[in-house]
Design a protein around this ligand. Structure first.
Ligand code: NDP
Ligand code: GDR
Length: 323
């Protein structure tokens, strides 16, 4: 029997690279899309290079908003399973560019689902959803928590979530959404706050007068370790129960505390360097966002093990080693 094939839409990002590595270790053949690929089979993607797997994934250029291209790719690759990770994934950019955000999430989701419906695709399909659909969470969000997205990105993910549920119920397509809370790794770029803080804090170790401008330090998030989360993606996708799942740690950390731990690790006092600047405040800010990890623990025996202090230590260690 030949190798099993996984097709990853949006393969070049943080999760796509980590998922590729995990699948390759399990002897899957991995085919991935990226808009950065100009010709087929050219592999020049930063995250995969960093993980040393850039030659092992078959990259394809595919305009995911083009139905025919998605249909041709799925037909050609004939995957055993599909992961859709493609998105303009920055919440703050989504206020400035709602059109791209919507098409990268809603049109792409609909194209994949429609191709699968038309072709009676029988494999499993995982969609990367987001905790942003909940908006503020006063209590840990479980699958029944009310949805109140506060950004174009959150609304797009909400629509994608609804489409996946609709196609599963109407057409028996084996599709599920993983509702993902923030998960971090050294592969994140500086658009996201964790990498921004660590890069800037390291600059402070060399230049004592260096100042770091952040937005609202009172926000609280449920931060997890991406390497663990991509294992959950696979369990959710391969589970026969076809249930949407929340992927989270269940633990809240205030951004100010995150900053304090980073600066403490570097023997610096954060108050000497960090300012809260209205430039980085968001219009529809979610102040508190955390999830309930009990369903995924019960159903799939998955739980997050890496805590916030370890996440910060690992991120700093990687950054120092790469400098
Ligand atoms: P990244 O931003 O690192 O990667 C996103 C991927 O989507 C890239 O491979 C990129 O490919 C592709 N992409 C970006 N813009 C577009 C576009 N306009 N059209 C088509 N493809 C596009 O995200 P992550 O790996 O961090 O996240 C993976 C998924 O999980 C995303 O859908 C994200 O929204 C979701 N998610 C992530 C969380 C996190 O904490 N990381 C939490 C909740 C949800 P390329 O530019 O090469 O074409
Ligand atoms: P988020 O991640 O918007 O939660 O989206 P991000 O790291 O950008 O923000 C986390 C929180 O920090 C606050 N913040 C700042 N954020 C950035 N980027 N830069 C700053 O200077 C800054 N100062 C404060 C933000 O306002 C926010 O509250 C991530 C992405 O991976 C999404 O794709 C995903 O859906 C959600 O997580 C869950």
């Amino acid at each position: 029997m030949g190798k099993k094939i996984s097709l990853i839409f949006g393969c070049s990002g943080q999760d796509g690279a980590l998922l590729s590595r995990s699948l390759l270790k399990q002897n899957y053949e991995v085919v991935g899309t990226s808009r950065a690929i100009k010709t087929n089979e050219v592999t020049c993607l930063r995250n995969h290079s960093l993980l040393g797997i850039d030659k092992d994934v078959r990259f394809k250029n595919c305009h995911l908003t083009n139905f025919k291209e998605v249909a041709n790719l799925i037909d050609k690759v004939n995957p055993d399973e599909i992961y859709n990770l493609a998105a303009q994934s920055s919440v703050s950019k989504s206020y400035k560019n709602p059109q791209e955000t919507f098409s990268s999430i809603i049109d792409v989701t609909l194209n994949i689902l429609e191709v699968c419906r038309e072709t009676n695709y029988d494999g499993n399909i995982f969609f990367a959803g987001s905790s942003e659909i909940f908006g503020n969470t006063e209590t840990k969000a479980n699958i029944k928590h009310k949805h109140r997205p506060l950004s174009p990105y959150g609304i797009a993910k909400e629509t994608s979530f609804n489409l996946v549920e609709l196609y599963r119920n109407l057409y028996n397509i084996k599709c599920v959404t993983g509702i993902l809370f923030n998960h971090e790794s050294p592969l994140r770029n500086k658009n996201f706050v964790t990498q921004k803080i660590i890069s800037e804090a390291l600059l402070c170790t060399n230049k004592k007068s260096h100042k770091v401008s952040l937005g609202n330090l009172n926000v609280q998030r449920d931060w997890g370790w991406a390497e663990e989360y991509i294992e959950a993606f696979q369990l959710i996708n391969r589970s026969t129960s076809k249930k949407d799942q929340i992927v989270c740690t269940g633990k809240l950390t205030k951004l100010e505390r995150f900053v304090e731990i980073v600066f403490d690790e570097l023997n610096l006092n954060w108050k000497d360097h960090v300012t809260s600047d209205s430039e980085f405040f968001r219009k529809g800010e979610i102040i508190k966002s955390f999830g309930d990890p009990s369903q995924i623990k019960n159903d799939l025996n998955w739980e997050a093990k890496v805590n916030i202090n370890s996440i910060i230590k690992k991120l700093i260690e990687f950054k120092i080693n790469s400098l």
